[in-house]
Structures are given as structure tokens and as C-alpha cells.
Design a protein around this ligand. Structure first.
Ligand SMILES: *Cc1c(COP(=O)(O)O)cnc(C)c1O
Length: 445
């Protein structure tokens, strides 16, 4: 029978909490201590813990509570742009710019030449136009917001015509039909899942039509007996009817990835040159910057988007504007982009280098975890809906036995290590591990 009368009082325990109070403050320590005592009273353990046991536990709880809830992890999943792990890592220049914008006031909406009011997008407009060939550009919170505000501005109360083959679900609640509904326009599906013809679009156009839209099928491919109307022809059909053509590229990229031996993903400049009036794309996918949604295109349409009250609701903050500007600036020197932009550096890391790293680390990881570790071939993915059917040859460690238990152990570390289970082994793809010490240190935690 548990004797709760033996439980020390809060005041008695607090008297021994000097260093803890120094670190975390009296209020936080008192509240946590109260909660622990309440838990003991509720659970009635036998024997009741003494003061020392309670205090040892309190030290642990305070330390755990003070750790950020947003925990840093090691991404050894093999997916470089992992949406659930925060997508792109920022370049040093972008991190510095963000920090500077956080520390001191910045001329965000202030024109230093005239002393009058400035525009927050003006910091990015020039770079975006230079890199895409578009007349004008604006930015919002993310690409989902970009699509929302474009549809709402250009097709509210009217129909947006999209091929059935392009009614994409990105994940979560982002489904193209749902976004259309929220934007206040009606989805007009044309064609079939695998085949859509120019005539399908033409037949759908009427007084109710607001725009024609092309959506990059970023996370799937339809193969076999297929037909799609390519952007230049779709733009021609739209313009023939006096309508805008919008192209949602999803990831998009500002550079030709073939330069680094990768498969091509559509560039924004190509999409602009193909006649789209408005092109939307993400900041934190292949572009390698912070979360952002870019909208580039014809001057009058960008102006209309900027006048939409939703713009204020979806606008980007100064921290990300600073980081985005610094990221975009790196693209002015493509020769050094792969060194400076972590996303590109990781995607282009040579397989041989990763294999050597795996060979070096296998015995150390096996020893630290007391498990089997062998070097294995891996197929990394870009992730975030870019080149979904392509993989990049990589190497890693295959750990066993009991991969589920190993995965649990690695997730419980102070810096959790995330891999994936495949064929009875826990696979750690080392593509995103640029520093051996990061893994070995994490294993010590
Ligand atoms: C990823 C994606 C989006 C959404 O972009 P976020 O930046 O995640 O908001 C929209 N459309 C397409 C085609 C995409 O691939």
C-alpha cells in the first residue's frame, strides 16, 4: 500500500532547487514540480519516491521541456527535399541575410531614395524577372497560396479549365479541385485521365471561362497511350479566346539541371517563353530557398494579383524575403551554385564519394549500435514532387537485425536519425550526410 503521507512538500523540495531555478526560473520549476507530485499522487507508486528521486526526475523533465519542440534530425531517408522534414536547407548567404533581418530594422516597405513608402516585393522583383524573363513578379507565403491567389484574381466566379490528367493532389489537403473551390472558381475538367486534346479545351471555352490552366504533374507520371496539350499550344488556344493561360510548375527550377548531369525539370524561363501569362512555383523545392510562392508573368496580371486583398493575408515576412533574395542572388553565378546551394550540393554529390563514406562509417556504426551494418546501394529521391519517377544512385548502410527496433532507438536519440526500412533492414542513405561527425555524434546521444 502506497503511503502518500511520506511525499515531501513542494516547499521542502523547492528549497533544494536553487540551480534549477537559476536555469529555468522559479515559476517553471514550481509548476513542473507540482505536476510531478500530482502524478505521483494519482499513480500511488509503492514505495513512494523520496526527495532525491523526485529531484533527479525533475532535472530530467526540465531538460526535456527546454529542448525545442521542433527537433533537429539527421535526414538519412534518401529523400533530399523531404516535405515532412522541412524541405530545402538554406545556403549560408541566405541564413546570414535572414539573421540580419531578424536583428535589426530593415527598409522592408520604405523607399530610401524618396523617404516615402516602398513595396516589400520590390526586393525580389528584379532578380525574379532577370532569372525568368518575365515582365513582373510577386511573392506569397508558398506555392499553394500562389495558385489560390492567381485563381481567385483571374477566375473568381468563372471556370478554370484543366485537363483531367493534371488534377493533382500534392499531399494533405492540397488538391487542385479543392483549391479551385476555395478560390471561388469552378473547375472545368476536360479530356480523360490519359488523353487530352486541343479540341477538348476549345470546346470547353465559353462566356463562363476565366482561364486555361496547366498543372505540372509533379509527383506522378502518366505513361503509355497518352496525349497532352503542351504549354505553347495551350497558350495559343487561350489567347485566341482572349483568356489568360496559367502554368503551375510546382517545383520548377531556375537553371537547366542537365548541366549537373540530372534529368531536366521544366525551367521557369521556359514556361514564361512558352507563352504562359502567369507561372507559379515554390521557393523551397528545387530552388533551394525558404518556403515561398513565386508568381511571375504579365505586368497587368501581376498588378491585379497585388491589388487582391488576399495578397495581404498571404504575404511573406521580412525574414524570408531576406533569405529569398540572398538565395536568388546565388543563381547569378551558376558556376558556383552547386557549391553554395545545399539542395544542389546534396543532389549532385557523387555516388563514389558517398560509397567511400559508407565504407568508412560501417564498422563504427556497427560498433556503436552493436548491430550488423553493411554497405548497400541506395536510390535517393529528389522529393517534394520533382522528377517523381527518377532516382539518383547513392550508397548507405543497411542495418540489422530487428530494423523496427533499431529505427525506434535511432528516433529516440537527442538528435534523431531517420532512415527507412526496406526488405528487413534499416537503410541509412548517406547522400545527405556531408559530415561523418554529425552521425557519430548523434549516435553518442
Ligand atoms: C508542390 C506543389 C504545389 C504546392 O506548393 P507548396 O510550395 O508546397 O505550397 C502546387 N502545385 C504543384 C504542381 C506542386 O508540385
Amino acid at each position: 500500500m502506497s503511503d502518500l503521507r511520506a511525499l515531501p512538500s513542494v516547499d521542502r523540495l523547492l528549497a533544494d532547487c536553487g540551480p534549477l531555478i537559476q536555469d529555468y526560473g522559479r515559476l517553471a520549476v514550481t509548476e513542473t514540480l507540482r505536476a510531478e507530485l500530482a502524478a505521483i499522487r494519482a499513480n500511488r507508486p509503492d514505495p513512494v519516491p523520496d526527495a532525491q528521486a523526485i529531484l533527479i526526475n525533475l532535472v530530467k523533465t526540465m531538460a526535456a521541456q527546454s529542448r525545442s519542440r521542433l527537433r533537429p534530425v539527421l535526414n538519412l531517408t534518401g529523400t533530399v527535399l523531404h516535405t515532412n522534414l522541412g524541405r530545402a536547407l538554406l545556403a549560408e548567404a541566405a541564413i546570414e541575410a535572414a539573421v540580419a533581418a531578424m536583428r535589426a530594422p530593415a527598409a522592408l516597405e520604405f523607399d530610401l531614395e524618396t523617404g516615402g513608402r516602398g513595396e516589400r516585393d520590390s526586393h525580389l522583383r528584379g532578380l525574379l524577372c532577370e532569372m525568368t524573363g518575365a515582365e513582373d513578379a510577386t511573392v506569397v507565403n508558398n506555392n499553394a497560396s500562389a495558385v489560390l491567389i492567381v485563381l481567385n484574381t483571374l477566375a473568381k466566379g468563372r471556370e478554370a479549365v484543366v485537363s483531367r490528367g493534371e488534377l493533382i493532389e500534392i499531399g494533405g489537403a492540397f488538391r487542385m479541385p479543392a483549391i479551385m473551390e476555395q478560390a471561388g472558381c469552378t473547375l472545368r475538367e476536360v479530356g480523360t485521365t490519359n488523353r487530352t486534346h486541343a479540341k477538348d479545351y476549345r470546346d470547353a471555352i465559353g462566356p463562363q471561362t476565366g482561364l486555361l490552366m496547366k498543372v505540372h504533374t509533379s509527383n506522378y507520371r502518366i505513361e503509355g497511350f497518352t496525349k497532352e496539350v503542351l504549354a505553347p499550344e495551350l497558350a495559343e488556344i487561350a489567347h485566341g479566346a482572349g483568356l489568360p493561360m496559367v502554368n503551375d510548375l510546382g517545383s520548377g527550377t531556375l537553371v537547366d539541371l542537365r548541366r549537373w548531369g540530372m534529368s531536366p525539370e521544366p525551367t521557369v524561363a521556359e514556361a514564361v517563353a512558352e507563352g504562359a501569362d502567369v507561372v507559379t512555383f515554390s521557393g523551397d523545392k528545387l530552388l533551394g530557398g525558404p518556403q515561398a510562392g513565386f508568381i511571375v508573368g504579365k505586368r497587368e496580371m501581376i498588378a491585379a494579383i497585388n491589388r487582391n486583398p488576399l495578397k495581404r493575408a498571404l504575404r511573406m515576412d521580412k525574414i524570408r524575403i531576406a533569405a529569398t533574395e540572398a538565395t536568388l542572388r546565388l543563381y547569378r553565378d551558376p558556376d558556383r551554385l552547386a557549391e553554395r546551394l545545399p539542395t544542389l550540393a546534396l543532389l549532385t554529390r557523387p555516388e563514389a564519394e558517398i560509397r567511400t563514406q559508407a565504407q568508412r562509417l560501417a564498422p563504427q556504426v556497427a560498433a556503436k549500435l552493436d548491430c550488423r551494418a553493411r554497405v548497400t546501394d541506395c536510390n535517393s529521391q529528389i522529393g517534394s514532387g520533382a522528377l517523381p519517377t527518377e532516382t539518383i544512385p547513392s550508397a548507405g548502410l543497411a542495418l540489422g537485425p530487428s530494423p523496427e527496433k533499431l529505427a525506434d532507438r535511432l528516433r529516440a536519440l537527442a538528435i534523431p536519425i531517420l532512415g527507412r526500412i526496406h526488405d528487413g533492414e534499416l537503410i541509412l542513405d548517406l547522400r545527405c550526410l556531408t559530415d561523418d561527425a554529425a552521425l557519430l555524434d548523434a549516435l553518442n546521444g
